[in-house]
Every structure is written in structure tokens, then in C-alpha cells.
Design a protein around this ligand. Structure first.
Ligand code: ZN
Length: 676
């Protein structure tokens, strides 16, 4: 059996190998820049293969952009956030010199239909949705590509490209449309479809929707796909040697990618749903045009996104636009939620999963805030000799770097990266709390964590870069507020008047006037309350400054024990507000759950009470469908057929009677007590 199974597996592996035998791994040359990075290459059946760019450090990168006809949704977020992280990692971690191109599909069947419904010119229509796409990308802190190519700008290049494919013998004109000749292409020894080699002819239908069924007669073979489509009278059209028409969808990426990046190209990416037919057709067209056998060296695919275990779709009502998601979560929380999932694996999106990202985001914020306060307070002039703790953190940092390096080399394994960062942060937090680690080492850790999280597009430090004005003002405000609270506790109202009258805060040039206004207002109100000797109000004013006024401005004051000074942290006010909303929502959910459980318990007790009310004598009397005769205590002796109960049956009813007797007696006891 084992032998058989092994042989089958081997056969399967061999088959897989043969299916992708067309793939040619780029060779290492003298000027090659080799980092050890391996990518899951769809041209090799997702096998991890060494990444070797064609020219030294230079990497030419093309990725499929959106078709602009509707709101940007969470599926876009997954694809473009994934690509964004890959770009940042290639550039900032591996030090490749990247040139990135993304297209905008602004000619397409869906667009033509959408524009018709909106009664708009198709270019006007696509401008609206293109703008929506780019503002969603900006909101998520996704970097722009180096080059943006719109299909409508490249129609002449597309026509020339198609002419070349025709002259090479791999496409034909039919009734004003041009089709790719799959049979001829295969007969000449080319491979198609390269990334779905297991597909047979039946599955190779074009899959471009529309009314392809009635176009079948124009094609030599049902597997042929359109490069150029003759336009109907009301559709957008461009001149061509085959009559007025418009480009097919797949041809655009072949043309625009090679218009900027040439042939061959190092890296191509896109969502997994595009792998066939879009990407396989793009490859065939370019290879037919250039008469080459490998236009793209590495093709990577971003995984599917499901919403609560189901495919996202408008009809299932689980369609989430980026705008909607941004109302519920901060861009950082959304980015983190995607980063904790491997980019090329299927991902399931659910609210519970975002909770995980929310708590990570909070932990990172706290880490950067706490280390900043630690570094603010720790004097470099103090003792610096390393202790055991410093050696431990230093080793952990080095070890973390190794783990992360290995993970990044392995097809950008960010879930492992994030995990390693979490472990590092946890340890450093412990040492900081105990003040048992040297500041310069903490500073090194902070720098490294910031660098790695930067690859995910997260930046906790710029938002934390307090101006020196706010540093000095907030230090004073915290101190004044602490003193007011202490004096109020002791009832020293005169002292409070002195504390708040001593300092008048001035507007500083780098500081929002809101902060100065609210502090001055606080001082005036405290002065009035101290003159009225109103202790209660003094505490209320201190709380309001913390929970409302400064909070609204993004400043969080944390009160410590009575003896210790309070500390302050600065956040993006919008994020701070959203965080509070999320916390309140969580509390509400917990309360709701608690209430439900209490109700359930109450119901159970009620049922128990109802049951206890029944005297044991009456317990079986109503069960005439089971029993026909009872003794003086009400215990059944004969079944419904009039047969004597068996010993076993007797024991069962006896036990039930005893149990009810006990329960009922307890009930009578409580009743008696209540009456007394
Ligand atoms: Zn494309």
C-alpha cells in the first residue's frame, strides 16, 4: 500500500513538473543581485523559485489596476495593499531599484453599460470612479505606482501590437474583430495556457462575458479570444485597419506593460481571479507579438478574499466598499488585518478577525508611546553598564532579525514577521516597565520595529513626533492638573488659586491654538471653583480636561497612583475618537451578552420553580399514556397495557419520585420562610 501511494505521489509530482516544464528560471549572471528571495511563481505552479532580476538591482514590475465603473471595495483593498507591502519590501528591505507600472482599465463592457445607465460619456463616467479608486488608495496609505497607464491613452499602440501579432501569424481579422489563433499558436510549439496548463479545450472558453455566444461563428475555434472588437453603433470606437472598434480586455495589459517596461519583464502581479483567462491571454499575446517564449519571468497572485466565509458579492449583501470599512476602522487597523494573512492565501474577512488587528495596533501604539516616554526620561549620562537584561534583549533583537529575514525571503511571509515583532515588543515592554534595560538599546529596538512595520505601511512615529512646544506645554499642564487634584483632595483651596494664577499659556507658533485655549479655559474654571470651595466641581473639571477637552484634540492623559505624576500621549484625534467608539461598542456587546445570559438563568430558575410546585404525588398521574395504575404515593405500578412494571422500571420511577419529593419539600420550606 505504502509503495503504491508513494508511486502515485511521485507520478503526480512528475506530472506537475511536466506541466510547468516551459518555465525558464532566469540565470545568475556576473552582475546579478542575489538576495536569496524566493517567490511563489504562478508560472511554475506556485512553486517557490529564486528571484533573479534581469539587470542587477533593477526590477521592472507591472500589476493589473482596476476597471473603473463602481466603488472601490474590500477586494481592491486586499490586492493593492498586498502589492503595496510587496513593493515597499522589495525596495526598502531588499534594496531593489523598482519601476512599477499600473494600468487603469477605462474601456470595458461593464464601463460601457455603466456609462449608458448613468447617461454619461464613458470617459466622464470612468473619471468619477478612477477618482474614487485613487482616493481610497490614498486613505489606505497605498503608494502610487511610478507609472499609470490608461487604456484610452494607448489605443494606437494596441493597434500596432495587434498588427504585429497578425503578421506573425497568430491572429486573424473576422468581420471587423480580431481574434487570437490558439490552434496556430500551439501548433508552432508555444504553450497555452501557461499558468493553468491542466485546463482542457472545453474549459478554455474565452470567459469575457458579453454576447460571446453569438460571436462564436466569427472564430476559427471556440478557444480563440478577442484582441479587437468591432464596436456597435452606440459604443466608443477608435479607427483601425479592421474598421472602427475597441480593444479587448486582455490585450491592454500586454501592450501597456511592454510599452513602458519592454520585453522580458521581471515581475507581474494581480488578483488570483485574473489568472485565467486574463493573465494567460496577456502572456500569449505578448509572446506571440515578440515571438519569444517567456515575456514575464515571475508572476505572483494575490489570494481570494471571502467575507464571513462567503464570496463577496452585491447579491449576497456582503459587499463592502473601502469607504464603509474606513468608517469603522482606521487605515492602520485595516492594513494590519491584511498583513496578518499571507498575501497569496485565501483570506476570510470577519469582524472577529479585525478585533485581532485592532488589539495589535493598540499594542504597537502603546509600545512606541511607552518607549518614547522611557527615552524621554532615561538619561544617557546615567549608568550604562550592561546587565543580564540588556544581553537578553540584545540577543532577542538579533534573533528576531534572523527570523524576520528568513520569513521575508520565503515569499514575503508577513504573518511570521508580525508574530516575531509581537514577541520582541512584549519582552521589551516588560523590561521598560521594570526600568531594567539601557536606553540606547531600547532606541535600537524602536528603530528596527519602526523599519519593519514601515514595510507594512504602518508608521507610528511621525504621528508621535511631538513638537517641542507641545512637550513643554503638556509637561506643565500635567503638573498643574496633578497639583490641583492633590490640593483639592486636602481641601487647600487657596493653594489651588495660586497654582492656576501663576501661569498664563501663550499661543506657540507650531501648536494648535485649540490646546492653549482649552488649557486657559481650564485654569479660569478651576480658579472660580476654588474660590467657591467646590471640591466636587474641581474633580469634575480635571476629569473633563482629560476625558473631553484634551481628548478631542488627540491628547490622552493617563493618571497614575496618587504619588506618581500623570503622563500624556499624543495621537491623531480622529483615531483616538474611533478607538473610543470601538471600545464602547465592545463594552456594549459584552453587556448585551451578559444580559442575555442573565435572562437565560432567570428563565431556567423560573422553570425549576414551576417544576418544584408539583407535589410528588401528582408527578405521574397525568401520564396516562404511559401508566395505568399508581400506588397511594402516586408512584406508577402498571404500564398502560396493565402489565406490572419491571424491577428496573420501578427503580426509575421511584428515583424520579424521590427527586421530585426533595425538590417540592425545598419549595415548601422557602414558601414557609417567605410567609414568616
Ligand atoms: Zn491586466
Amino acid at each position: 500500500m505504502i509503495k503504491f501511494a508513494t508511486r502515485t505521489i511521485n507520478q503526480f509530482m512528475q506530472q506537475q513538473k511536466d506541466l510547468f516544464a516551459h518555465y525558464k528560471q532566469p540565470l545568475i549572471k556576473e552582475d546579478s543581485y542575489v538576495t536569496g528571495l524566493k517567490l511563489a511563481n504562478s508560472l511554475k505552479g506556485s512553486e517557490l523559485v529564486p528571484f533573479i532580476p534581469i539587470n542587477g538591482r533593477q526590477v521592472n514590475f507591472y500589476y493589473c489596476g482596476p476597471t473603473v465603473y463602481s466603488n472601490s471595495h474590500l477586494g481592491h483593498a486586499r490586492t493593492y495593499l498586498g502589492i503595496d507591502v510587496i513593493r515597499r519590501t522589495l525596495r526598502d528591505y531588499f534594496n531593489y531599484d523598482l519601476l512599477s507600472v499600473m494600468n487603469i482599465t477605462d474601456i470595458d463592457d461593464k464601463i460601457i453599460n455603466g456609462a449608458k445607465l448613468a447617461n454619461q460619456d464613458f470617459l466622464e463616467f470612468t473619471k468619477v470612479w478612477e477618482k474614487d479608486f485613487f482616493s481610497a488608495m490614498e486613505a489606505l496609505n497605498i503608494e502610487l505606482p511610478d507609472v499609470i497607464t490608461r487604456v484610452s491613452d494607448y489605443v494606437p499602440e494596441i493597434v500596432t501590437f495587434i498588427e504585429k501579432i497578425i503578421s506573425n501569424g497568430y491572429a486573424y481579422d473576422s468581420n471587423g474583430s480580431v481574434y487570437f489563433d490558439v490552434q496556430k499558436y500551439l501548433a508552432d510549439g508555444h504553450t497555452y495556457p501557461k499558468m493553468r496548463p491542466e485546463m482542457n479545450a472545453d474549459l478554455l472558453q474565452e470567459g469575457e462575458g458579453e454576447s460571446q455566444a453569438n460571436k462564436q461563428s466569427e472564430k476559427k475555434s471556440p478557444n480563440d479570444f478577442a484582441l479587437w472588437k468591432a464596436s456597435k453603433p452606440e459604443e466608443p470606437k477608435w479607427p483601425s485597419p479592421w474598421g472602427e472598434g475597441r480593444p479587448g480586455w486582455h490585450i491592454e495589459c500586454s501592450v501597456m506593460a511592454s510599452a513602458i517596461l519592454g520585453n522580458p519583464i521581471d515581475l507581474h502581479a494581480g488578483g488570483i481571479d485574473l489568472i485565467f483567462p486574463h493573465h494567460d491571454n496577456s502572456l500569449a499575446q505578448a509572446e506571440a507579438c515578440f515571438n519569444c517564449d517567456q515575456w514575464i519571468n515571475y508572476f505572483i497572485h494575490l489570494g481570494h478574499l471571502n467575507i464571513a466565509d462567503r464570496k463577496m458579492s452585491k447579491s449576497l449583501k456582503n459587499f463592502l466598499t473601502i469607504d464603509e470599512v474606513l468608517k469603522r476602522y482606521t487605515p492602520r487597523q485595516i492594513r494590519l488585518n491584511f498583513a496578518i494573512h499571507q498575501y497569496d492565501a485565501v483570506m476570510n474577512y470577519s469582524e472577529e478577525q479585525v478585533e485581532q488587528a485592532i488589539s495589535k495596533d493598540k499594542a504597537y501604539q502603546e509600545f512606541f508611546q511607552n518607549t518614547k516616554i522611557y527615552l524621554r526620561e532615561s538619561q544617557v549620562t546615567g549608568p550604562q553598564k550592561w546587565t543580564q537584561n540588556d544581553f537578553q534583549i540584545s540577543n532577542l533583537l538579533r534573533n528576531t532579525k534572523q527570523v524576520i529575514h528568513a520569513a521575508l525571503l520565503k515569499n514575503f511571509d508577513f504573518p511570521t514577521v508580525i508574530d516575531a515583532i509581537d514577541k520582541l515588543i512584549n519582552q521589551v515592554n516588560v523590561q521598560i516597565a521594570g526600568k531594567t534595560v539601557r536606553a540606547p538599546l531600547v532606541s535600537s529596538v524602536v528603530q528596527y520595529v519602526n523599519f519593519i512595520l514601515g514595510l507594512v505601511g504602518l508608521n507610528y512615529q511621525t504621528q508621535n513626533s511631538n513638537s517641542s512646544d507641545i512637550k513643554s506645554i503638556m509637561a506643565e499642564v500635567c503638573s498643574i492638573r496633578d497639583q490641583v487634584k492633590l490640593a483639592a483632595r486636602k481641601g487647600e483651596f487657596e493653594a489651588i488659586s495660586n497654582i492656576v494664577s501663576q501661569k498664563q499659556f501663550q499661543y506657540e507658533k507650531n501648536l494648535s491654538n485649540g490646546i492653549v485655549d482649552c488649557i486657559n479655559q481650564f485654569q479660569q474654571q478651576v480658579l472660580a471653583a476654588s474660590q467657591e470651595k467646590n471640591k466636587q466641581q474641581l474633580f469634575q473639571l480635571c476629569d473633563r480636561l482629560r476625558d473631553e477637552q484634551l481628548f478631542e484634540l488627540g491628547i490622552k492623559i493617563e493618571d497614575k497612583d496618587k504619588e506618581q505624576a500623570s503622563i500624556w500621549k499624543q495621537y491623531d484625534p480622529k483615531e483616538l475618537k474611533l478607538e473610543r467608539e470601538q471600545q464602547q461598542k465592545l463594552i456594549q456587546q459584552k453587556e448585551l451578552l451578559k444580559k442575555k445570559e442573565e435572562e437565560k438563568k432567570k428563565q431556567e430558575e423560573l422553570e425549576k420553580l414551576e417544576k418544584a410546585k408539583v407535589p410528588p404525588k401528582d408527578l405521574f398521574l397525568s401520564q396516562l399514556d404511559k401508566y395505568s395504575e399508581f400506588d397511594e404515593k402516586g408512584i406508577p405500578v402498571k404500564d398502560k397495557e396493565g402489565n406490572e412494571l419491571s424491577k428496573k422500571q420501578k427503580k426509575v420511577v421511584q428515583d424520579l419520585w424521590e427527586k421530585q419529593n426533595k425538590l417540592h419539600n425545598q419549595y415548601l420550606e422557602t414558601l414557609k420562610k417567605q410567609q414568616q
